[in-house]
Design a protein around this ligand. Structure first.
Ligand code: C5P
Length: 320
């Protein structure tokens, strides 16, 4: 764009210079009865050009100013800015190149989730709110957690027809999440529409294969091959659909990172070396995931179910 603008102005100056050189003869202009102005033709043309340019520029600025006022009025009427604005924290934080840990607040009670977030906020880089939290507390819950001051990751794993997923994305747009998830198995059109509806500051990432599934589960859900192959296939599809990145296990993130250099990779299913697996089957340590190229480390129960969540969060932070 800047290149085109430069070419345009170089052409304008060249045409004016050529015209000036070709018409450098004096002319007389009658301004009023008896008042004659002796000048040169190119000077007249340049004066006319500038006289036209100034009002056009003023009109353009006035139109822009009116449009901006209209947007501000609409935002106030729709209450779009009623939430504590996450823009400055969420967007800067989510776009950083450094790996960042998000605490999964998978707790049914809002007060307990808020208390945990306040306790460990100095040791994590963001807060992940999933289905359990969102189904119980909705937009109000997200507003409350946003007051903690960390970026919000809405892990809603949307999976439906493109029109419905795009509508859901529009409905959560006002919450200004830094990251939102959809399921890659919803297909290319669904992912494209989700991304288009999300707004430019929200990263949309696609879940490939849940970390609670392994190779033995693949045939039971109609997938031929390994969980690893399926994660790679769906990562390629997400990239083709124009998403920002994917969610995968620490086992695949290294290989996917090699194929998708500037992708944004969310890795859940993380356990400290001696941690309990629970329902996770493709788990790695937070350090291994980071070293393999994860952009975001998702950590839930190793912190939220620990006897001392702050000590657990600090210990994990110390391994990174
Ligand atoms: O407690 P734990 O650390 O296992 O929590 C992992 C979190 O990451 C959960 O909130 C879960 O919903 C989410 N998640 C996952 N596997 C995926 C995508 C998200 O475990 N593939």
């Amino acid at each position: 764009m800047a290149m085109l603008r430069t070419i345009f102005w170089v052409l304008v100056v060249a045409v004016l210079a050529a015209f000036t050189a070709a018409n450098w003869q004096p002319v007389e202009v009658r301004i009023w009865d008896g008042l004659l102005l002796e000048t040169r033709l190119p000077a007249l043309v340049i004066a006319a050009f500038l006289l036209g340019l100034v009002p056009t520029w003023l009109l353009y600025r006035a139109t822009r100013w009116r449009l901006q006022r209209r947007i501000t009025t609409l935002e106030t009427q729709l209450n779009v800015k009623a939430a504590p604005s996450l823009t400055s924290t969420s967007l800067d934080a989510a776009s950083t190149e450094n790996t960042r840990s998000y605490l999964a607040l998978d707790l049914p009670r809002l007060d307990a989730a808020l208390a945990l977030a306040e306790k460990v906020k100095g040791h994590v880089g963001g807060l992940k709110l999933g289905l359990e939290f969102f189904c119980a507390h909705g937009h109000h819950g997200v507003h409350e957690v946003a007051k903690v001051g960390l970026p919000i990751f809405l892990d809603l794993k949307l999976h439906d027809i493109p029109n419905t997923v795009a509508g859901a994305m529009q409905s959560i747009h006002v919450l200004e999440p830094a990251i939102v998830t959809v399921h890659a198995s919803g297909g290319r059109a669904m992912m494209e529409d989700a991304k288009a509806a999300a707004g430019e500051h929200c990263k949309v990432v696609a879940v490939t294969v849940l970390t609670s599934l392994d190779d033995a589960d693949m045939p039971t859900i109609g997938v031929a091959g390994t969980a690893h192959d399926q994660a790679l296939r769906l990562a390629d599809l997400a990239q083709e659909a124009g998403l920002d990145g994917i969610v995968c296990s620490g086992h695949e993130v290294g290989e996917i990172h090699k194929r998708w250099k500037n992708g944004f990779f969310v890795v859940p299913g993380l356990r400290p070396a001696d941690g309990k697996l629970g329902d996770q089957k493709r788990a790695v340590t937070p350090r291994a995931a980071r070293d393999a190229g994860a952009s975001v480390l998702v950590i839930g129960r190793p912190i939220s179910r620990a006897d001392d969540p702050v000590a657990a969060a600090r210990a994990i932070e110390g391994t990174l």
